[in-house]
Design a protein around this ligand. Structure first.
Ligand SMILES: NC(=O)C1=CN([C@@H]2O[C@H](COP(=O)(O)OP(=O)(O)OC[C@H]3O[C@@H](n4cnc5c(N)ncnc54)[C@H](O)[C@@H]3O)[C@@H](O)[C@H]2O)C=CC1
Ligand SMILES: O=C(CO)COP(=O)(O)O
Length: 339
């Protein structure tokens, strides 16, 4: 693989960890942050302490606060900002591409769905970035906590694009001995899996706070995945995708890990902490909060049965007690699996 120029937009935990992987693979990596003090810290100390503590970042990662410095001449752009910042950042990217007049491959590593429009992240990017500037578009998904990736915990992700050549290109750029990239062409299924596992992860945290054991958690994962898969299929996803890295893989990682912001938010909500305090104290994006509302609305629009998602909606937005919703879920009419 040739030495590629890679612009990573967003220097939170995941953007920094992905930039580190790319730099360790020998690429020319520019990590854009809108915060000047973060840029200085990364360049001077090779740390991003707010997000990744004492872990050191490869010296090949050059942080910049001017997006043009990151994007000029780039072959690949990784968009790694929260869902709610995706359009704004894409618009800044487009302004630069108009100036430099070149095409880039854009991959989003964001996991969410836009409230109100119900657009997946790649759909937002396709709307914002004119096709004449797009050398390819896709997403990166899979079980990959930044905290594990930065310390070289063996990690598998999937590069997903409707165009397999694009997915294979990203696979080649990012794969190494500890970071193994698969490919997939099911963008719809992968994005729905990646976004909705966060809802179930919040639920898993809530179960933990109540002291429920492994049976309850296995029940939540299994039936949670069943409803994610139902919603995905209503949008044309391949059901097999939910058996893969963007489905059960990421659900397992997120819903069992103390690294997960969503899981930790669930624990705190289950303990009775107010939503605003949970969000403020986390200081990092908890995508599942917004995704729960989006998924609850989508379930209604698409007439897909999603009882766990709806229960989580009531816990998060109507302040309902976790124990009560759990009892209601357990008291539903018994039914048949596989439907
Ligand atoms: N943290 C992780 O382990 C993983 C996160 N993800 C996904 O990646 C996305 C980003 O997550 P994290 O890095 O964890 O978030 P984070 O909260 O750690 O960092 C987000 C970064 O985006 C920046 N940002 C926010 N709004 C911005 C704006 N309007 N303009 C420019 N920059 C802006 C913040 O300053 C921060 O540097 C989320 O969608 C998350 O679900 C996916 C896989 C792993
Ligand atoms: O998506 C993730 C791991 O694959 C990260 O999940 P959290 O945002 O819950 O930390």
């Amino acid at each position: 693989m040739s030495r590629e120029i890679i612009a990573v937009l967003g220097a939170g935990s995941w953007g920094t960890a992905l930039a580190n992987v790319a730099a360790e693979n020998g690429h020319d990596v520019r990590l854009w942050s809108h915060r000047a003090e973060q840029v200085d810290e990364i360049n001077e100390t090779h740390r991003n302490s707010r997000y990744l503590g004492e872990h050191s970042i490869n010296e090949g990662v050059v942080a910049v606060s001017d997006m043009k410095q990151a994007v000029d001449g780039a072959d690949l752009v990784l968009s790694v900002v929260p869902t709610k910042a995706t359009r704004e950042v894409a618009q800044q990217l487009v302004a630069i591409l108009e100036e430099t007049n070149h095409k880039v491959v854009v991959m989003a590593a964001t996991k969410g769905i836009e409230p109100g429009t119900y657009k997946r992240v790649s759909e937002m990017l396709a709307e914002e970035i004119p096709s004449k500037y797009l050398g390819g578009l896709g997403i990166i998904a899979g079980p990959s906590h930044a905290e594990g990736v930065i310390k070289h915990d063996p990690t598998l992700v999937t590069a997903v694009s409707a165009d397999l050549t694009v997915a294979k290109y990203v696979q080649g750029v990012l794969s190494n001995q500890v970071f193994r990239v698969y490919t997939n062409t099911d963008v719809v299924g992968s994005e729905i899996g990646a976004a909705l596992k966060n809802v179930i992860a919040i639920g898993a945290g809530a179960l933990e706070s109540l002291g429920y054991d492994v049976n309850a958690k296995a029940a939540l994962f299994t039936r949670g995945l069943a409803e994610i898969s139902r919603l995905g299929q209503a949008f044309g996803a391949n059901p097999i995708t939910f058996m893969g890295l963007a489905g059960v893989g990421d659900l397992f990682a997120t819903a069992t890990s103390v690294y997960s912001r969503n899981y930790r938010a669930g624990v705190q909500l289950g303990e009775g902490k107010h939503l605003d305090d949970v969000v403020a104290d986390m200081g990092m994006v908890i995508e599942g909060i917004s995704t729960t509302k989006v998924a609850h609305e989508l379930a209604q629009k698409k007439h897909v049965e999603m009882p766990i998602t709806s229960a989580m909606y009531r816990v998060i937005y109507d302040n309902e007690d976790v124990k009560n919703v759990m009892q209601l879920l357990m008291g539903r009419p018994v039914s048949q699996e596989g439907k």
